[in-house]
Design a protein around this ligand. Sequence first.
Ligand code: ADP
Length: 539
Amino acid sequence: MPVAHDPVFCGDRVLGDPRRLLAVLSQAYVAIDTAGQVRAWNPAARATFGFSFEQVCGEDLAKLIIPVRFRRRHRDALARLAAGGSGRLLGQRLQLCAVHRDGHEFPIEMTLAVTDEGAGLVFHAFVQDVTTAQRVSRFTDVEAAVSRGLLEAGSSAAAAVGVVQAVGERMGWPVVELWEADEHRQLLSCVARHQAPELSLGPFAVDELESGVGLPGRVYQRGQPVWITDLAADTTSFRSRAAARIGLHVAVGVPVSTGGTILGALCVYGDRTEDPEDTLTALLTGIAARIGQYLERRRAEELTVELARTKDEFLAMVTHELRNPLAVITGASSVLEEDLATFSADEQRAQLRTITRSAQRLSVMAEDLLDLARLESGHLVLRPVDTDLCMIIREAVDAATAAADDKKQVLLVHVPPRLDMRADPGRLRQVADNLLSNAIKYTPAGGTITVTAEATDRDGIVWTVADTGIGIPAADRPHLFRRFYRASTAVQRRIPGTGLGLVITRTIIERHDGSIGLAEPEVTGTTFVIRLPRMPPQP
Ligand code: ADP
């Protein structure tokens, strides 16, 4: 029967020179004697460990490529094998850790063989650097864990926690954070943080950052991945210094986005990373893309719920706010019709005034609805001209004085002589009227309303309208700028309103590149704070 041939061996004769084979082998080949000294070292070994044959020949292998903590174990095993001990290690694929000449450690797979060369045993090791293979499996593993987490999460909050945990635990990053920008895109909040149990984060653990500040803020502002290779050297950020103090050295952040809109940032912090920059960035970007898709899906779901809710609230608003003045008009007109002859001139005028007031309420409501539709669809064009905000405020205050006097309220105005800016004066007057009429409406008789405006250092203006009225409970605050939303304080007291004014106000301010929010109440009442640039960028 013919003997099976392979390209190198024919029976027990070697075809060609085995040294040539070892020279072209992609695996590292290392041979040592029983003393652990290097006897052979092929070119792939040079590529894997960084040493040339001349540098290692006759040297102790343990000192060259074995991490200090494993050297003793290596020498013991070698001694056992040299003494003819059990060949348990021989022929097995062993998973080990090696050191490169430059000092970095990496995972290897090694197969060991032994030959008796007469003068003594020789151990032949075939070594494969498995860094890339292990990284691929680690990355696949973390991607699968993230996808699973997102799929199973019952809420956005649970999804965020699942993501940071998967990335932290499976990639070995001591700190992983997911940051999301708020609706006005100025403040980032940390929605989930994973931290290694032994770490105490101290001042590093902040939960809010402005756009541009810290790694999350920078990633968010630039819309690009950001690497900090030495946190201690990053003097621009207090957080980097705080991170360095707790032993974190490197950090990477990637933007989380959907459909071209940046929603936040995914940031990881560690003591070191062996993964190449572009590979790790690609992994994190992939994970961030999944988070983006997830958030987009959730927002679509939330939008559907919101639409249904808006419809309900619109119906409720129409029922209450349209019906009431209509009922008043109908009632007063029929009374007039029936009793006109018996009414004195004063009584007739009183009935007519009631009708006019209710008709005005209806007309304001219709205007507000139309305005909102135009502003939100972007069909309303702003006409910015050189404007003095203080004049607009003073005129609005003059117009509101009669209503405030009726309720014996004090109207205080603290504004400089002029505040020049570029804006649509008609629209800013609408904002002033809305906030003032709300302040008067939601402040009981005898209260105080204070309007202030001043220039800030950064080419901006801060304008506030404060009152000592019924206030807005914390639970209502996040929803205040939603269409038709009315705070519980207003509803309980049956103060009429449509929940449209603030939405219009905010839209106008945002169209001027400004923002509007609520200041924390000091004791009672409500303070609206508007920030506007003096020179909004040209559309
Ligand atoms: P409206 O006043 O017509 O209801 P807005 O959009 O102007 O609509 O205001 C929305 C809600 O915000 C109000 O219903 C009220 O609950 C609350 N609100 C607005 N301004 C104030 C204020 N100055 N004090 C207390 N609550 C306010």
